[in-house]
Design a protein. Structure first.
Length: 144
């Protein structure tokens, strides 16, 4: 929903920050592509807001239980036997999460991984990140 009157307008999600429901967002009226929704902490937000403030509109999410959104998380830590199994088990045991891509690499006992998931909103994603952080050996978990 956009503006003071919370109008329902057509929009597209910005590829630069990949917002999902629950993120703090704003609308940016583009010249040729309609309204693009950006996260308020998007790498491009400061430039858009300072150079084109007249094209910024307030935005907030409506009920999103019928929509799916892709999100990527990055994981790093100490490589141990069974680590990937523990990570995938946590993802599989969480409802409303579909894993669509998984990539892990290990060098000298340290691993890095990227996981793409499909979620309904930021709350589900935040819970997933929190649960993955609890795994022994996991050092960092963040949203890409």
């Amino acid at each position: 929903m956009f503006g003071k009157d919370e109008e329902k307008l057509d929009y597209k999600l910005s590829a630069c920050c990949n917002p999902i429901p629950g993120d703090n967002v704003f609308g940016f009226i583009t010249v040729s592509d309609g309204i693009k929704v950006h996260k308020k902490n998007c790498p491009n937000a400061l430039q858009l807001q300072s150079n084109f403030s007249y094209r910024i509109i307030n935005a907030k999410w409506k009920d999103s239980t019928q929509s799916d959104f892709k999100a990527e998380i990055v994981i790093s830590g100490i490589d141990t036997i069974g680590l990937v199994n523990e990570v995938t088990k946590i993802i599989s045991n969480n409802h409303n999460i579909n894993m669509i891509n998984l990539h892990f690499e290990s060098h000298d006992g340290v691993f890095n991984g990227n996981i793409a998931v499909v979620v309904k909103n930021i709350t589900i994603l935040d819970n997933l990140v929190k649960n993955i952080k609890k795994i022994n050996g996991i050092d960092k978990v963040s949203r890409l």
